[in-house]
Design a protein around this ligand. Structure first.
Ligand SMILES: [Zn+2]
Ligand SMILES: [Zn+2]
Length: 146
């Protein structure tokens, strides 16, 4: 599959498309994402509502099947004083498949920047809906919690 552009937005169908869009966004941001993980609820569901607060460095995903709320990555460390806002697609849908990506500090496993790529389950839009500088110590442990 491949990404296609309509107007100013990109559309795709697979998690690979979302990953490709995330990577190209991260290259433009000068912190290339090199490690990725797709979100999956403990119940097996892969679609979520997403809330984030980029200033606080926090994202919460809510499973559309079982309703479980999950703090993504190291978000639990940034909950205090945060004001998360719900993301909505340009088509007004609020349900997404989520792909996380991180750039790491060169020669280490430390996270440098965190990106959250979304794929709208209604209109197939893909895009990075949130990203922020991040200082988690271990990229693998971080991505195991997205
Ligand atoms: Zn669930
Ligand atoms: Zn949409």
């Amino acid at each position: 599959m491949a990404l296609t552009k309509k107007g100013e937005f990109w559309y795709g169908t697979t998690s690979g498309d979302t990953q490709a869009e995330l990577r190209s966004y991260s290259v433009a941001n000068r912190h290339e994402a090199t490690r990725f993980a797709a979100s999956k609820c403990d119940c097996g569901c892969r679609t979520f509502a997403l809330q984030s607060d980029e200033d606080a460095g926090l994202a919460i995903r809510t499973c559309t099947d079982c309703g479980e709320e999950h703090l993504m990555g190291d978000s639990a460390d940034h909950l205090e004083g945060s004001e998360p806002e719900t993301h909505e697609c340009v088509c007004e849908n609020e349900v997404f498949e989520l792909m996380s990506g991180v750039s790491v500090v060169e020669g280490s496993h430390k996270v440098r920047w965190y990106y959250i790529g979304c794929h709208c389950v209604e209109c197939n839009l893909v895009g990075v809906f949130a990203d922020w500088p991040c200082e988690a110590d271990d990229a693998a442990a971080f991505l195991a919690k997205v």
